[in-house]
Each structure stands twice: as structure tokens, then as C-alpha cells.
Design a protein around this ligand. Structure first.
Ligand SMILES: Nc1ncnc2c1ncn2[C@@H]1O[C@H](COP(=O)(O)OP(=O)(O)O)[C@@H](O)[C@H]1O
Ligand SMILES: [Mg+2]
Length: 394
């Protein structure tokens, strides 16, 4: 019986019980067998809806071998039926969407017809495994990223103690490199710490109200010297009055603006300009992003229940990003090949940080870019208060 068929109002206890078993979200099977060596005689005498779907069964009873073929799972059944002991086993399903399943077998005693009975329950561990793998990869990547500058530091210390000892010019040069490597390690640690803090409260909505235009002004002014070093001009004329209020946490919004501006400057050719544009009161996100003909991809999709947004866009005339690399941009430590070293080297964590902050703010992140065409990164923040009131609130 499925829950889709309503129970009669006079449902008996056994009808209720059957409906309950069928409605359980985890697959369960009841298995019966009389002799240990008669595998083909083992049967399942109950399979709930979840089990029928998982094991692709057309009936709720039948030969056990038609439902369960994994030898380790059959071993667990054997143990539960004939050793009368709990047993468990894990296996992966094959097919396009492979899943990790843990199966527990537990003796149920002897049935009315003298058959031994056992209960099989299935637990889907796919998500747990995925999270575990992500964590292991993350640790491996983080240690690798720290090991590189550390190895370089150790190497230069050795050189300074050895043949460069009495060579003041070489010493100066090496100390400069060492400083840069130490700075790099400090940046990595700062980004890692910040990422883990952001992830920790990613599910707690931010409370404050922030004037986005003010944040842009502050961050752009602070970045002016960085741009000036390479003759990069920062054009942010459209980001001024009236105040544009968004819901969010100020420090995190500053981090978003800093990271996107930093990338735009870093990837700009010397002497080019970076444009920062702000546009409020948007309800139609699609119309707002990207220039025509350039591939665009949404890396964070905004919460559709929000009403109006402010878009903040950073445009540069840098090398652009090939279409196939767009989906990976916000992965931790991902950097486009060929940009991993030299003046443009970064931690590869900036866009991952931006992504998590935008998730928390129920905002959006869209990139539009093509090789040789520059890049435009746009973030969308939900506007604070009622959309009419925002502008009038000044
Ligand atoms: N404005 C941009 N122009 C070209 N490539 C970019 C731009 N922004 C980001 N990228 C690419 O995305 C990668 C990830 O960016 P990010 O997470 O900020 O790391 P980082 O800046 O530390 O390298 C960069 O390494 C770079 O390859
Ligand atoms: Mg960056």
C-alpha cells in the first residue's frame, strides 16, 4: 500500500502498520530463509516503496537473489538469519549516478511458518562520503599550497648560510624573495581562516544594512595606490549617491568588493582601466548582466524570493577566461593554467570566499568573459527594506 492511496477512515491497525512501513524514507526488506546452504530458496517477504525503487523491484515479495546480488550483503543476511547476529556491509551502486549504501542486517526471529527472518535496512551514505572526500582534498591542497613557499624559504636560508654568506647583493635579493614567500604564506593563512569562518555561519542570514556605494568608495580609494603602480585607472563614477542600501554584513561585503576589485586590477594590462558600475532596483537579473555575445555563467544563483537587487559589476580589459574554465572559477585553489605564477599569482581562494559570502547573503554572482575580451564579474545583493523606500530613505 502506498501513502498516495488514502487509508479508509476505518483503517485497521495492520493497514496503518503497512502504510507506515511503506512510507519510511529509507529502504527496508524483510528476508526469510530456512537453510543456510539453500541461497536460492531465500526470499524477501516485504519491501517498502523506497526499497522497491532502489532495487528496481516490481513486487513486494520474491526471490532474494533477484533483489540482492552483492556477495557481502548476502553474507550479512546469512549471518543475521543463521548466526542470529547483527551484521552490516557497504557497497556502491553502478550506473550513471553511483550511490554509496550501507546495509544493516538484523535477526527478527522465527516466523509463523518456521522460517528464519531478518530485517535489511539501507542507508544512503553518498553525501557523507562526498563531504569526506572534499575535506580530504581540501587538506591536501592547503598543505601543498603552504609547502611550496615553505620549501622556497628553506632553500634560501641554506643559500644565505652557504655561498651567499659574503655576497651583500645576493643577500639583499634573496631576502626580498623570502619576504615575498612569507607574505604569500600569510595571505594563504588569512584566506583559509576567513573561508572557514564564513562557512561556519553561512546558514545564518546577515542582519545589518549596508550602504554599498560607501563600501565601494572606501575599497576603491584604498586600492588606488595598487592601481597606480601599474597605471591602471579605476573608473567608478556610477557608484555614488543616492545611498544604495543592501542587506548584509559590512565586513563580508568589503571582502567581496576587495576580492573582485583586486582580481580586476591584477589581471588588467598596464595602463588599462577597470570599470566599476552599480545599478539598483533591479528585478530582472537576466537583463542586467554581461555584454552581448560573451559567454556568461551564474556561479551563485540568487534567491528567487527576493524582490529587488543592486548589481555591482567589475569590468576589466585583461586576458579574459576561456568558456571551459568558467564553471571552476569559484572552486577553492582553482587558478587558470598559465596564471599560477609570476606577478599575478594569488591564493586561488578569493572567488571561493566571494561565492560563500554571496550564498550567505542570498545574492548572486555572475561572470561574463571570453579569451581576449576581458572579464566582467557581477554580484547581486538584495536591497534592504521595501524597494520604493530605499531611495527615499536618504
Ligand atoms: N578578472 C579576471 N580576469 C582573468 N582571470 C581571472 C579574473 N578573476 C579571476 N580570474 C581567474 O580565476 C582564478 C581564481 O581567482 P581567485 O579565486 O580570486 O584567485 P587568485 O586571484 O588568488 O588567483 C584566478 O587565478 C584567475 O585564473
Ligand atoms: Mg583573487
Amino acid at each position: 500500500m502506498s501513502l498516495l492511496e488514502p487509508l479508509p477512515s476505518s483503517a485497521s491497525a495492520s493497514q496503518l502498520y503497512a502504510a507506515l512501513v511503506d512510507a519510511l524514507p529509507d529502504p527496508i526488506l524483510v528476508v526469510a530463509g530456512s537453510r543456510r546452504d539453500d541461497l536460492t530458496g531465500w526470499r524477501f517477504i516485504l519491501a517498502n516503496a523506497a526499497a522497491r525503487e532502489l532495487l528496481r523491484l516490481t513486487a513486494d515479495e520474491g526471490r532474494l537473489l533477484s533483489a540482492v546480488r552483492d556477495p557481502a550483503v548476502l553474507g550479512a543476511v546469512d549471518k543475521a538469519l543463521f548466526d542470529v547476529a547483527d551484521a552490516e556491509s557497504a557497497y556502491e551502486t553502478t550506473g550513471a549516478q553511483s550511490r554509496s549504501l550501507r546495509v544493516r542486517a538484523r535477526p527478527l526471529g522465527i516466523g509463523p511458518d518456521g522460517l528464519r527472518l531478518a530485517l535489511l535496512t539501507y542507508h544512503d551514505e553518498t553525501e557523507v562520503r562526498r563531504v569526506e572526500r572534499t575535506r580530504v582534498d581540501f587538506l591536501a591542497n592547503a598543505s601543498h599550497e603552504l609547502r611550496t613557499p615553505l620549501a622556497s624559504l628553506s632553500g634560501f636560508i641554506e643559500t644565505l648560510r652557504g655561498h651567499a654568506r659574503d655576497d651583500p647583493a645576493a643577500r639583499e635579493k634573496f631576502l626580498g624573495i623570502m619576504q615575498a614567500q612569507a607574505d604569500r604564506m600569510a595571505r594563504l593563512i588569512a584566506d583559509l581562516t576567513s573561508l572557514s569562518r564564513i562557512e561556519l555561519d553561512e546558514h545564518v542570514p546577515p542582519r545589518g544594512v549596508v550602504d554599498l556605494g560607501m563600501v565601494v568608495r572606501e575599497v576603491v580609494e584604498a586600492a588606488a595606490p595598487l592601481g597606480a603602480q601599474r597605471g591602471v585607472k579605476l573608473d567608478w563614477r556610477s557608484c555614488g549617491a543616492p545611498p544604495t542600501l543592501v542587506r548584509g554584513e559590512r565586513d563580508q561585503i568589503v571582502q567581496v568588493v576587495q576580492n573582485l576589485l583586486d582580481n580586476a586590477i591584477k589581471y588588467s594590462p598596464d595602463g588599462a582601466s577597470v570599470r566599476v558600475e552599480m545599478q539598483g532596483g533591479l528585478s530582472e537579473l537576466a537583463a542586467a548582466a554581461g555584454h552581448d555575445g560573451v559567454p556568461r555563467l551564474s556561479l551563485v544563483a540568487p534567491d528567487p524570493s527576493q524582490e529587488t537587487y543592486v548589481a555591482l559589476r567589475f569590468m576589466d580589459l585583461g586576458p579574459g577566461i576561456a568558456r571551459q574554465n568558467l564553471p571552476r572559477l569559484s572552486e577553492r585553489f582553482y587558478r587558470v593554467d598559465g596564471q599560477k605564477s609570476g606577478a599575478r599569482s594569488g591564493t586561488g581562494l578569493g572567488l571561493a570566499i566571494v561565492k560563500h559570502i554571496m550564498n550567505r547573503h542570498r545574492g548572486g554572482l555572475v561572470v561574463a568573459s571570453a579569451e581576449g575580451e576581458g572579464s566582467a564579474f557581477t554580484v547581486y545583493f538584495p536591497m534592504a527594506g521595501d524597494p520604493e523606500g530605499v531611495v527615499k530613505a536618504s
